[in-house]
Write a protein that binds this ligand. Structure first.
Ligand code: PLP
Length: 408
């Protein structure tokens, strides 16, 4: 691995990252950092994780050539070959329906290795909560999931799933009652119970070593896609696109291509009702650096440095911060970031459903919507890789409501 893709000894990617936490957590973070480094060097850990990723989570996930979508976005006729070739990395087909399981399995095994049998997690859309509850059921660990009251409302199905899997769901009524507040509560719990508890954080955010660790567990996405695309097309993609909430599916897709400078990375954030409206969740596009949840990174904040309330139609993108490594990618120019609105994301959602018979989650629908906007400006014969981070089952009610129709 190239050294410039490792954080420095203060846990920083360039200026971003670090460890801004109460003193009581410093020991636990140090312990976690060591345990993770040891696990990475331990062939038996790797073997067990790879076995579970394969037999339990269904990896490798397919890489699908989306020919209809490619034709549509190329403006090509039915008999013409499309000038763009779009491939979807099918994380929607992983167990529990999103990429979250990759990280949950990795950290679950790590927690067991640390002798910590009580697991806490936060969740927004509920996908990370479900993945964590799933892994805890399988590994026999206690599981408590913090979830904002607003998200509990809009993702009721996932709340029920977590309960069926044996997890306790604690509803968070503070602040904006969404993901940010759920993370605050989880951190509070961790401070109190740190000796018995592992905090299974769900995105590439938080204090060091979480952003590094989550990136490594999610890099299976990009590593597989790289190999699969080379086998299918004999070359690397020109573009790699992913949606960005905290940034874990994006960094997991991008990282294995970091040194392939011809591969352009595009992260797509949630512009909500519009970037200038204040009702959005695009930290890299509309924020500036500050400290949230233990790390220095791009952040939506007001003049006084207060964290702003966010909005996105997609609960999984509804977060005012972003992982430090993507902030570093932005500053260094390695990646570009764009944002699309709720309405555009709904168009992306319908586009994939109708052209390919794949109903995406609203999160990756943002990446698809941006690709549709970008397509006319992309050079002919470009190869495009999109991370389809999850499936749309969880979003049926939200979409029906947004379209103003009844579910049945
Ligand atoms: C959670 C989630 C996201 C956003 O999280 P990242 O850490 O930015 O990947 C994106 N897509 C799906 C399907 C999710 O469940």
């Amino acid at each position: 691995m190239a050294s410039r893709t490792l954080p420095d000894d203060r846990g920083r990617f360039g200026d971003f990252g670090g460890r801004f936490v109460p003193e009581t957590l410093m020991t636990a973070l140090g312990e976690l950092e060591r345990a993770f480094a040891e696990a990475q060097a331990d062939a038996s850990f790797r073997e067990e994780l790879d076995g579970l990723l394969h037999n339990y989570a269904g990896r490798p996930t397919p890489l699908y050539f989306a020919e209809n979508l490619s034709r549509k976005l190329s403006g090509a006729g039915a008999d013409e070959p499309p000038s763009l070739r779009i491939y979807l990395k099918r994380e929607d087909l992983a167990h529990t329906g999103a990429h979250k399981i990759n990280n949950a399995l990795g950290q679950g095994l790590l927690a067991r290795r640390l002798g910590k049998r009580r697991i806490i997690a936060e969740t927004g859309a509920g996908q990370h909560g479900v993945a964590t509850a799933t892994v805890c059921a399988m590994l026999g660990l206690e599981c408590i999931v913090y979830m904002g009251a607003v998200d509990v409302q809009r993702q009721a199905l996932n709340v029920f799933r977590m309960k069926l899997l044996g997890a306790e769901v604690r509803v968070v009524e503070s602040g904006s009652r969404t993901l940010k507040d759920a993370i605050n509560e989880a951190i509070r719990d961790w401070v109190t119970n740190v000796t018995t508890t592992h905090y299974l954080l769900g995105s590439a955010v938080g204090p060091h070593p979480y952003p590094l660790m989550v990136r490594e567990f999610q890099s299976v996405i990009g590593s597989e896609a790289r190999e699969q695309l080379l086998a299918a097309e004999g070359r690397l993609p020109d573009y790699a696109l992913a949606c960005v909430g905290g940034g874990s599916n994006a960094i997991g897709l991008f990282h294995p291509f970091y040194d392939d400078e011809s591969v352009r990375f595009i992260g797509v954030e949630a512009a909500g009702e519009g970037l200038s409206t204040g009702r959005r969740a695009a930290s890299l596009s509309a924020g500036r650096p500050g400290v949230l949840h233990g790390a220095y990174s791009y952040l939506l904040q007001d003049e006084a440095g207060q964290v702003e309330e966010t909005h996105s139609i997609s609960a999984g993108l509804d977060y005012p911060g972003v992982g430090p490594e993507l902030s570093f990618y932005k500053e260094s120019g390695r990646a570009q970031f764009a944002a699309v609105t709720d309405d555009e994301a709904l168009d992306g959602f319908r586009l994939l459903s109708e052209t390919e018979g794949i109903i995406p989650a609203l999160e990756p629908a943002h990446a698809l919507a941006y690709l549709a906007k970008l397509a006319p400006d992309i050079a002919k014969d470009s190869l495009v890789l999109v991370c389809l981070s999850g499936r749309g089952d969880k979003d049926m009610e939200t979409v029906a409501q947004a379209l103003g129709v009844d579910l049945v």
